[in-house]
Ligand binder design. Sequence first.
Ligand code: PLP
Length: 391
Amino acid sequence: MTAARGRLSRRVSGIGAMELAGLMRLAHDVGAIDIALGIPPGDPPAAAIEAATAALTSAQNQYAPPEGLLSLRQLIAAELLRTRGVAVDPVDEITVTCGATEGVLAAVLAVTDPGDEVILPEPFYENYPGVIGLTGAVHRPVPLAGRDWRLDLDAVRAAITGRTRAVLLNTPHNPTGRAFDQAEVSGLLELCVEHDLVLITDEVYERYVYDGRTHVSPLGMPGTADHVIAVGSLSKSLHMSGWRVGYCVASPELTAGIRRVHERTTVGAARPLQQGVSAVGAADFIDDRALFQERRDHLVAYLETLGFDVRMPEGGWFVLAGSSGLAARSDKLVAELVETAGVLLAPGTSFFADRADGLNWVRTTFVRDRERTVEALERMRRFLTVTEQSN
Ligand SMILES: Cc1ncc(COP(=O)(O)O)c(C=O)c1O
């Protein structure tokens, strides 16, 4: 839905309202159980809370260097080395941002001019079209292929035009749960190098890959540093989505561009919170993979008994479930579930450029509290049984 222009810029009026936001208000009013949003199910590490609290009442509460506290950039670099064996220079290859959300915006702004194109595998995280639209660039959706949602490199190649400047890939992927494999990621990066594009990866779920998989990132792939901006976040891995601390990792040249944007938009993430994050050690990163894998298995099995068509997520926090066996339109199903059953799911329509392509899908998360999730699923079962009987 596009708002009337009025006094607003074309850029802003071209960005539709987020469908999920309206449903969230309704869900709040009726007291629905939310299994739509990926909100971390616990608190940030105590060490971070203590250090952030101390910083608030110390001399540590004025501006930080815009690129982020060096201690925090060093922590991010140390984690990249420890978990992936990738060496990056915290001085001129890491920029601390206000969450991955600002990181993606800064990355796209740094490498595109108005009218340039950004290739976006579809379905996509619902925020991306708006973020790309704000920059004045244009997103070019390229559908993930088949029931397994594979990255179709031929389709990506076919979508490249003289205006293409970047590809924005989220892996592990919200909403499909794909953790793109080595062939897909390195093949995509090769295409980017061949066509002189930048591969921007949103890796906020990097630690959440299941069944023994390892996360594949283009970061550190030899000879490609000028073509990669990797965006990360502490929102998920330290359970601090409200702290708004994320980061961009890129070559010094790309980093200089990202910092120019960042200095003129936010000037930096909140210093006391950066101070808090800097106090954590490797052991504080919350490894809830086993817990989430178990919750994933439970949710998938349950959704299948309700009649959803589900592909097992390989990573991330979400399940994209096929709803065509249950309802003609998933947006209507989701609205009825909120109002009548008191359960909030995300409608598939949020994740496709053409809403019609999302009408057979709903997204749920498996990271929320187990008991509440079971209660939500039971409510759905009762609702679907009544609906079936009345048809
Ligand atoms: C794919 C993806 N990117 C970015 C974000 C937001 O990250 P941050 O809190 O670091 O801005 C989310 C949150 O749900 C997400 O799913």
